[in-house]
Design a binder for this molecule. Structure first.
Ligand code: IVH
Length: 731
């Protein structure tokens, strides 16, 4: 099996993990010492890295930093946000996944599909237990049971049964809206079409995954047929489920474990353990390693027990999910914005191995980034043969942080010939964690990072504050042009059937009928003259496939604004940023006019751009630059001339009665703690403030309310008691 082979190769785009390792190193440093300026700068970098990783992981089935690294980034981001809450508003830390792909019909989940908070140590688990006890006002000795379940490394799926019949299956998407994959889900043997004795409405949630054996066989089959191979079972499962043609899904060996539920018309049981048993009774596959635990000690024992079986299970798990067993308590604990308070994912450490570094290659990405790739003597890491790994950037190789210049790995540099420690965490490009100096060959010399682009010879420069050295060749650099084109046709951009990465490389090199910029995709048929004739008989093209390709291109002349903006491949503009811009400007003419008029850092157009919630100065400057750089602008103009761009509507306001309102709680609440009340209010879209002001919409006053209730009365603000509050939020 050579699953990870080439996963760091093949023309990586932006090295999303470029500075991730150094950020992970900083994750242990106290946040308290940061001043507001340093916090904002670090936050901006972390937020961008997390957003990029979210996009890569959920949107493109192609993760590019390890789970452990992602978790470290996110922990640090959350720690900074906890200390500087004003930063949290535009943060990706609350975002579960990427926006759904537009190739499937969107499905709004009846109950959101959530993510889990992570734990990495025994202390995190005892803290979790303490937190829950505090929230519920339980003493340290009161009984509090949990379940421990393997955390399956696949993709989550929600199955809706009405009257016992499977009526809909949806992926998680962004947690609120997923993709309708009903036809595909029906082809999975573990998913029953009918459930006898099910509640009238039953939404089953669980994980679609692929076993190691099935994954290896699928890759072998795909490889033999010249098709796409997958980096790991998770990607294979995601790629197989999200097929527009359900017949392809049917041919893929997918499996499903049920572990949760969404909307149900009657309770399944009184406990998590009982509910899982109920799901098993309905004929659904549930994980046999699920345990009931009487406290944090038992949770930790179960974690060790499950970890010991990890290598022999035959499918990937990346931790143990701990859940409060009593469903009544789960309901009281409720949710934060994207994670339940009653559950936590206790992750396993990343998998490691030592091997020799044979060479360092440089790949040039879409934005010109020079990414060093380690070529390794093949080594098995957690059941996968690894021969490539990312080295992030030149500072990482040299043993220092790209941002602070501080030593990493105690300053040990990495040289060709060294023995290096490789790690991977399930589903990403492997990384080099460490180097063994005692095994360094005498002739090994420090690596000299190139200052010229290996693809086009242009100077490669590193701007202040950038971890990455970039080729300055722009569109004359074939590597950049090809990567931009690949991005342009990729699934979440123009998604042109029959025009994938392989065809882009072929057309780029073709002298008779080349595609060297996006506009040329749309002139291809016309340039082919007598249609079909010239393309036919070329690499894999027959009459029918040429016709199909032309049709697929025609179909994409009409494109939603957000997809177009994303497809342009502007640095820092991922799918979610593209959507923010599209929603704000609505139409292409409005967007184009604003970007043309905008000047970086000044004027009304700039202010309007950076005022968009979620658009920071770095992103804004990148977009404005793209529109002011003559060659890039001309390329955009040539492209747009061939398109019909669909306007995007602004987001709808929330419809809960307290959504958007500012509330103040005062006095003693008797039916729930303050924390619980605040969380419920926020979940319904309200803001909770600490003091009464002219901006307050509603005050909830319990017994003992004093000055705040008086202030509210003086300002003419409505004051209600706890019962009225409960009625307002639906009990
Ligand atoms: S419970 C409200 N249980 O992990 C909580 N999730 O990182 C819903 N996952 O989105 C999740 N195994 O895709 C739960 N036994 C398990 C799981 C599990 C895998 C996945 C799931 C979730 C993700 C969060």
């Amino acid at each position: 099996m050579s699953a990870a082979k080439g996963s760091a190769g093949g023309g990586a785009s932006e090295p999303a993990g470029a500075d991730a390792a150094t950020d992970a190193d900083r994750a242990g440093r106290p946040v308290e010492g940061l001043d507001a300026g340093a916090a904002r700068r670090e936050w901006a970098r972390l937020a961008a890295a997390v957003a990029r990783a979210n996009q890569a992981y959920h949107g493109a089935d192609a993760p590019d930093i390890s789970d452990a690294e992602y978790d470290a980034l996110k922990r640090r981001l959350l720690a900074i946000e906890a200390r500087f809450p004003e930063l949290a508003e535009a943060s990706p830390s609350g975002q579960v996944g990427a926006a759904p792909s537009q190739t499937f019909t969107p499905v709004r989940h009846a109950r959101p599909m959530l993510s889990l908070e992570n734990a990495f140590s025994a202390t995190d688990i005892t803290d979790f237990d303490d937190r829950i006890r505090r929230y519920l006002n339980l003493g340290p000795d009161a009984p509090l049971a949990y379940t421990a379940e393997p955390k399956i490394d696949g993709l989550s799926l929600s199955l809706r049964y009405e009257g016992g019949r499977l009526v809909q299956a949806a992926t998680r998407g962004d947690g609120e809206t997923g993709e309708n994959v009903t036809a595909n889900a029906r082809t999975i043997a573990d998913i029953p079409q009918h459930i006898a004795g099910a509640p009238a409405v039953l939404e089953v949630r669980g994980e679609v995954y692929m076993s190691h054996a099935d994954f290896a066989e699928l890759n072998a089959r795909q490889g033999a047929a010249g098709g796409k191979t997958f980096a790991n079972p998770r990607n294979a499962a995601a790629g197989s489920l999200r097929q527009l043609d359900a017949a392809i899904t049917a041919a893929r060996p997918l499996r499903f474990f049920a572990y949760a539920w969404g909307e149900v018309s009657e309770p399944l049981a009184a406990t998590q353990f009982g509910a899982i048993a109920r799901l098993a009774g309905f004929g659904l596959a549930t994980n046999p390693l699920t345990r009931r635990c009487d406290g944090p000690g038992a949770l930790l024992a179960a974690w060790h027990e499950i970890e010991a079986q990890r290598a022999t299970l035959g499918y990937d798990i990346d931790g143990v999910v701990c859940k409060v067993d009593d469903l009544g308590l789960q309901a009281r604990l409720g949710y934060r914005s994207t994670t339940p308070r009653w559950a936590i994912a206790h992750k396993f450490p990343a998998e490691l191995a030592w091997t020799r570094l044979e060479a360092i290659d440089i790949q040039v990405g879409r934005t010109g980034a020079l990414s060093p790739v380690a070529r390794l003597a093949p080594v098995t890491v957690g059941g996968v043969v690894v021969s490539n790994a990312t080295l992030h950037n030149e500072d990482y190789i040299a043993g220092r942080s790209a941002t602070s210049g501080e030593a990493i790995r105690d300053g040990r540099d990495i040289r060709v010939g060294d023995w290096v420690q490789v790690y991977r965490a399930g589903d990403v490009i492997p990384k080099i964690a460490d180097v063994d100096l005692s095994r360094r060959p005498a002739e090994a010399v420090p690596y000299v990072f190139p200052t010229r682009c290996p693809e086009c010879g242009s100077e490669a420069v590193r701007e202040a504050g950038d971890a990455v050295r970039r080729c300055t060749g722009g569109l004359i650099c074939p590597a950049q042009a090809i990567e931009k084109l690949k991005h342009f046709v990729s699934r979440n951009a123009f998604d042109i059937d029959g025009l994938g990465a392989r065809q882009i490389e072929m057309f780029y090199a073709d002298d008779q009928l080349p595609i060297r910029e996006p506009a040329e995709i749309f002139t291809l048929a016309a340039r082919d003259g007598a249609k079909v004739t010239r393309l036919k008989n070329r690499d894999g093209f027959g009459e029918k496939s040429v016709k199909n390709l032309f049709e697929a291109i025609e179909k994409r002349r009409k494109i939603p604004l957000n997809r177009l903006i994303f497809a342009l491949g502007i640095r820092h503009v991922g799918e979610s940023a593209a959507m923010l811009l599209a929603r704000h400007y609505g139409t292409w003419p409005a967007f184009e006019a604003a970007m043309t008029a905008a000047r970086i850092g000044e004027g009304a157009d700039w202010d309007d751009l950076v005022a968009i919630d979620g658009v920071g100065a770095v992103l804004a400057a990148s977009v404005v630059t793209a529109f002011h750089q003559p060659a890039e602008r001309a390329l955009i103009d040539r492209l747009v001339a061939h398109l019909e761009i669909i306007a995007v509507a602004p987001p709808q306001a929330g419809d809960s009665t307290i959504a958007g309102k500012t509330l103040v709680f005062t006095g003693t609440l008797e039916r729930m703690t303050r924390a619980e009340a605040k969380a419920r209010a926020e979940a319904l879209g309200a803001k909770v403030a600490g003091s009464v002001s002219a901006k307050t919409d509603l005050v909830i006053a319990g017994p003992g309310a004093g000055s705040k209730a008086k202030a509210a009365a003086a300002l003419g603000i409505e004051v209600i008691d706890e019962d009225a509050w409960l009625r307002l939020i639906g009990g």
